[in-house]
Design a protein around this ligand. Structure first.
Ligand code: ABN
Length: 184
């Protein structure tokens, strides 16, 4: 009887060792496989990397949890926008109008003053007509005063601190547009 118990013992020990051995090897192989496939395939997946290295998409992808700053030279609601280099007044883009259109209920001034501004996108100088929008009280939003090439007030045509609604039926000044009228 003793010999039978010894035999069962040896058999079970061998079986247990074999299972433990094979299982250990397989799980190692599985882990290696996952690491290899993951490491090779994951970088090939189509992630959006357009925000890297300050490229064109950088403005909307400054990194996790961070908001990139928009360039004010590109934003017509900011005084730093390139067309406003000689602008004096309230931006019509903040007052219900646009760069070239007066807000509803106002009309463009019949006279204006023209500045010359550099467009950083193409390196060219543009003639920009600053027409006031007339017929309503001051808009009061986005007051800007840039004075590139402006001259003192005793020379009316080269001074920008003027109410250009003076020749309209209503001389009430509301806001100012910035209309491109030529290339210098
Ligand atoms: N051109 C804008 C403006 C209007 C009234 C007074 C000064 C400047």
């Amino acid at each position: 009887m003793r010999w039978l118990l010894d035999l069962i013992d040896r058999h079970s020990e061998r079986a247990v060792r074999r299972v433990a051995h094979q299982h250990g090897r397989r799980s190692l192989l599985t882990k290696l496989g996952v690491a290899l496939v993951g490491g090779t395939v994951l970088p090939m997946l189509p992630f959006d990397r357009s925000g890297q290295f300050g490229g064109p998409g950088a403005a909307h992808a400054a990194g996790p949890g961070k908001k990139a700053k928009a360039d004010p030279a590109d934003d017509p609601t900011k005084c730093e926008y390139w067309r406003y280099c000689a602008f004096d007044g309230y931006l019509c883009t903040c007052c219900g109008g646009s760069l070239a259109q007066c807000p509803p209920g106002t009309e463009a001034s019949k006279v204006s003053w023209v500045g010359t501004c550099l467009n950083p996108k193409d390196g060219r100088q543009y003639l920009v007509s600053y027409n006031d929008c007339c017929g309503k009280a001051s808009c009061g939003e986005c007051l800007c005063n840039n004075n590139e090439r402006e001259r003192p007030g005793y020379r009316l045509g080269v001074h920008n601190d003027i109410n250009w609604c003076m020749a309209n039926t209503s001389s009430m000044f509301h806001c100012t547009t910035s209309i491109i009228v030529g290339v210098a």
